[in-house]
Write a protein that binds this ligand. Structure first.
Ligand code: ADP
Length: 248
C-alpha cells in the first residue's frame, strides 16, 4: 500500500472509480490443470491480476536440515515476473516483499494441507504473478489452493480470502490498484471453510468496528471464492475446459 492522499478521490457518486459497489469483488476466473509437468496446477485471473501456480512433490527434502520428521515441509515460492507491473518494474524479482509473501503463504498452506501424511517429505508450490494489479498475495493463495486440489493433495479444509480496506473513508472489498496505493488501509484475510482465519495482514489503520465489519464481509465473500474453486475442478473433470494456459 502506498501513502494515503486526501486529494485523490476514490469514491465518486457513491461508487468506486471502476464502478464497483463497496462490497463487490473484481471478476475472478480459475482454471486448473494448466501445466503438463506439474503434479497440480492452476491459473487465476482476478481483476487485472494474472497468476499461475504449479505444485511438485512430495519428494525428499533437500537441503536435509529443512526436513521435518513428523510432517511435510511446504516450500511456497511466490514470485513476481519482471514484467508484471510497469511502475515498480525495478523492484520485481526476488526481494524482501516476495520473501515475506512466500512465508505467509507457506504458513497458510500448512494449515490447509494434511502435512502429517508426508513425514520427512517436501512439497514445492511455485506461484508466479505474471501481471500485478493489487491483491496479488490473495490471487496467489487462490492459485496455490486450486493447484493443490488439482494435484489431489489431501486437505484438512479448502480456503480462500479477499481484502477489505478503506478508500476515501468507505469500507470497500477487494482493493484495486488506486485504492491500494491511495486508500487508508488494506487488510488481506484468508479463511478456511470452518471460518477460521489462516492469514491476516494489515497495512494502514481502521477502527475496531471497521475491523469487525471487514471480517464479516470478507468471510462471506471467501465462501463464494471457495465455490469458484470447486466449480473450476468440476469443469476440468467434465472436460469443459482446455487444460492449458490461456489468459485471454
Ligand atoms: P498485494 O499484491 O498482495 O496487494 P502489496 O500491497 O505489497 O501486495 O502490493 C500492492 C500492489 O503493488 C501489487 O499488487 C502490485 O500491483 C504492486 N507492487 C508491489 N510491489 C511490487 C513489486 N516489487 N513489483 C511489482 N509490483 C509491485
Amino acid at each position: 500500500m502506498g501513502s494515503h492522499n486526501p486529494n485523490i478521490k476514490l469514491i465518486v457518486d457513491g461508487k468506486r472509480l471502476d464502478g464497483r459497489a463497496f462490497d463487490q469483488l473484481r471478476n475472478i476466473s480459475i482454471n486448473v490443470g494448466v501445466l503438463e509437468n506439474a503434479v497440480g496446477s492452476a491459473q487465476v485471473i482476478w481483476g487485472d491480476n494474472k497468476v499461475v501456480a504449479g505444485v511438485y512433490g512430495p519428494r525428499d527434502v533437500f537441503p536435509k536440515y529443512q526436513q521435518k520428521p513428523d510432517k511435510a515441509f511446504i516450500r511456497t515460492i511466490y514470485s513476481m515476473a519482471t514484467f508484471a507491473s510497469i511502475e515498480e518494474h525495478s523492484r520485481s524479482g526476488p526481494n524482501k516483499r516476495s520473501q515475506e509473501i512466500s512465508f505467509v503463504l507457506s504458513e497458510a498452506f500448512e494449515n490447509v494441507l494434511m502435512v502429517e501424511k508426508f513425514p520427512g517429505k517436501m512439497i514445492d508450490l511455485h506461484i508466479t504473478v505474471l501481471q500485478a494489479a493489487a491483491g496479488t498475495r490473495l490471487a496467489a493463495f487462490l492459485a496455490g489452493m486450486a493447484a493443490l486440489i488439482d494435484g489431489g493433495f489431501p486437505l484438512n479444509e479448502i480456503a480462500a480470502g479477499v481484502s477489505a480496506g478503506k478508500a476515501d473513508g468507505a469500507l470497500v472489498l477487494d482493493l484495486d490498484k488506486a485504492e491500494d496505493n491511495f486508500g487508508q488501509s488494506d487488510l488481506p484475510i484468508v479463511y478456511n471453510s470452518s471460518g477460521e482465519i489462516i492469514l491476516l495482514q494489515m497495512d494502514g489503520k481502521m477502527t475496531r468496528d471497521e475491523l469487525t465489519e471487514s471480517i464479516e464481509l470478507t468471510s462471506a465473500k471467501s465462501k463464494d471464492i471457495m465455490d469458484l474453486i470447486r466449480k473450476a475442478v468440476e469443469r476440468k473433470y467434465a472436460g469443459e475446459v482446455k487444460t492449458e494456459l490461456n489468459f485471454r
